[in-house]
Design a protein around this ligand. Structure first.
Ligand SMILES: C[S@@+](CC[C@H](N)C(=O)[O-])C[C@H]1O[C@@H](n2cnc3c(N)ncnc32)[C@H](O)[C@@H]1O
Length: 401
């Protein structure tokens, strides 16, 4: 690590008052710790933007310019270029050697460990990501091995993981030799990529200060001496964290249950709502998601609005009249509100039982993903109990006052 720190300092990185370490229990790998306090807004890591490893930087390096010219100048996409870079760089002799030496040798993701989930055993919240990830790895591996037969699948798999677990969103400038048809918004940034993820505690905000030609990480709030400094990789549930990054969090507020429209309609019918084609069309036009999130106090406004749509009478929908009702700022009628609660409670109980039944039947390695979803349903259902208790209390207070 000392060699890496000296290497960073020699390149103009500034990170006074920080230390990279892997304290026990060591389940995060390395992380960045504050050895002094920082006030809100303080930029505690800065580095020259020229050290952001992005596709443009790689294709302009003479060795890669030559390699790409040799294969006929075929333009590659940013993820392919960065994967190629990490797959080719030699740990001992590369100009990035001190950095390459502190990178993980392996990853805990199912893809790296060769676990092949049956898609049908995965909850909806992770299914698409898993399919896309598998496709991306296999396409990149095939393409890079076709262009550079000296690269092995294992080396590419490792390099792809380095990029995927460490890259940051940045808006890169266009480059003639980069295929940016799907965008060019990734960079691996040494030192900054030592920051671990915690969506509740995170204090670090990373940003590219283009006008100052530097990349910085700032304190989002006061940081105390001794704290590990985190950033937020996104509002991911544990299934996503495992598949994308190879770890899970004990109390993850990113947990969610996806309820696509088809499922919403089925649940609504079970709850006795007469859903017509007209309701379906309005639901499509409103376009609000029905998902349940662990962070929500109860079912979200958008889920409640979807139920409200399905409870509209024909005359309330005709000639676009529904817009006035749904988008109105007036408080919802108590009777309608109660009806929404009544139907939602039935629907969510049904959903919860369905998910719990699935959890029982699922293979051990994915059962926990379903159980996490059961907990999200439980939290949503508890909100009805809380509401009922509160209403009872209010009634009693009214009676005795
Ligand atoms: C950008 S790197 C962060 C630095 C990394 N810990 C290292 O040692 O190089 C992302 C990786 O760190 C680990 N990680 C990040 N946040 C974590 C957390 N809260 N708990 C456990 N592992 C975490 C995961 O292995 C993830 O793939």
């Amino acid at each position: 690590m000392n060699e890496f720190i000296s290497w960073c300092k020699g390149r103009g990185y500034q990170f006074d008052g920080l230390e990279i370490t892997c304290p026990p229990p060591g389940n995060c790998g390395n992380g960045i710790y504050a050895t002094t306090g920082f006030r809100t807004g303080k930029a505690f890591i800065t580095l020259p933007e020229t050290d952001m490893i992005n596709a443009a930087l790689v294709v302009d390096l003479p060795v890669y310019r030559k390699k790409l010219a040799k294969i006929g100048g075929e333009k590659l996409k940013p993820m392919e270029i960065l994967t190629m870079f990490f797959a080719f760089e030699d740990t001992e002799h590369s100009a990035w050697s001190p950095y390459l030496k502190v990178l993980p040798k392996e990853f805990n993701t199912p893809a790296f460990k060769g676990i092949d989930y049956d898609v049908n055993t995965l909850p909806l919240s992770i299914r698409k990501y898993w399919i896309d990830q598998k496709k991306e790895i296999s396409e990149i591996s095939e393409k890079l091995r076709r262009l550079f037969p000296e690269l092995s699948h294992d080396k590419i798999l490792w390099a792809w993981h380095v990029v995927n677990t460490r890259c940051i969103f940045v808006e890169n400038e266009e480059h003639d030799n980069v295929d940016n048809s799907d965008g060019d918004t990734i960079a691996v940034i040494p030192y900054v990529d030592m920051l671990n993820h915690d969506p509740e505690k995170y204090q670090g905000l990373a940003l590219h200060e283009k006008r100052n030609g530097r990349y910085v990480v700032q304190a989002k709030r006061q940081i105390q001496e001794g704290e590990q400094i985190f950033v937020c990789y996104g509002a991911h549930d544990n299934a996503r964290l495992l598949v994308e990054y190879g770890f899970t969090l004990p109390h993850n507020l990113g947990a969610k249950v996806l309820i696509p429209q088809e499922m919403l309609l089925t649940l609504a019918k079970i709850a006795g709502i007469q859903v017509t084609r007209e309701h379906e069309m309005v639901l499509e036009e409103v376009g609000l998601p029905s998902h349940l999130y662990a962070t929500d106090e109860g079912p979200s406004w958008s889920l409640r609005t979807n139920i409200r749509v399905m409870l509209l009478e024909h005359w309330q929908m005709a000639n676009g009249r529904w817009k006035k009702i749904i988008y109105s700022h007036d408080p919802i009628d108590d009777e309608v509100d109660e009806k929404i609660d009544e139907k939602l409670e039935i629907m969510l109980k049904e959903l919860r039982n369905g998910v719990a039944e699935k959890a029982k039947k699922m293979p051990t390695d994915v059962k926990w993903m379903w159980e996490e979803q059961v907990k999200v349903c439980d939290v949503a259902l508890q909100s009805f109990e809380k509401k009922e208790k509160l209403e009872e209390k209010e009634k009693l207070t009214e009676e005795y006052s």
